[in-house]
Write a protein that binds this ligand. Structure first.
Ligand code: ZN
Length: 192
């Protein structure tokens, strides 16, 4: 089932999400719906707060980015050909490497894309769909997507990293998004 995506302006996007237990009601179906919703909206990641749940859950598929890269770009990233994974109860252990810029967008903030600096490498603890614990390090585009989605479960958005002037320039557009004055080709819900 495709779920509506919560637009910028809703308080859920500013909530620090909570860890869940294996008996969380309807978890398998929720994950299935999140994959369906993410692919239907051409996203490369989707976090639970974006579908109105305050839980530490996100799905991501960085392989989609690699599929769309030119051949000469592919060698630039150490994590080719990307990964597809579910992250539950993720907590960052460490951030390493140099910060680098990448042009990011967000399904909750349609039609705005900006360069955001993030660490090259992230090590995090999480459990998978079977609640098997992992501690893993990711880099490249994969780390980029993970860090963007991780921010969602911490109540942060990529626009938080922009310089004050840039933010002021975007204010009108952001206000429009929160009021539903934006055209998107996927289902969204607005705070009104
Ligand atoms: Zn996002």
């Amino acid at each position: 089932m495709i779920l509506p995506i919560v637009a910028y302006g809703a308080p859920i996007l500013r909530t620090v999400a909570k860890d869940i237990t294996p008996d969380h009601p309807g978890l398998a179906k929720l994950i299935e719906d999140m994959w369906e919703t993410m692919y239907a909206s051409n996203g490369v990641g989707l976090a639970a707060p974006q579908i109105n749940r305050d839980i530490r859950l996100f799905v991501m598929d960085s392989s989609q980015i690699f599929e769309n890269l030119d051949d000469d770009e592919e060698g630039k990233y150490p994590d080719a050909p990307g990964i597809k994974q579910v992250f539950i109860n993720a907590h960052i252990k460490s951030l390493n490497g140099e910060e680098w810029a990448y042009n990011e967008g967000c399904l909750s903030i349609p039609k705005i894309r900006e360069d955001v600096y993030r660490s090259e490498e992230v090590t995090l603890e999480y459990v998978d769909e079977q609640f098997v614990p992992h501690t893993k390090t990711f880099n490249g585009i994969t780390a980029r997507v993970i860090l963007h989605e991780y921010d969602h479960i911490e109540g942060k958005l990529f626009i938080d990293y922009l310089k004050p002037l840039k933010k002021r320039m975007l204010k009108g557009k952001l206000d429009d998004i929160s009021k539903g004055k934006v055209r998107v080709d996927y289902k969204m819900t607005f705070q009104k």
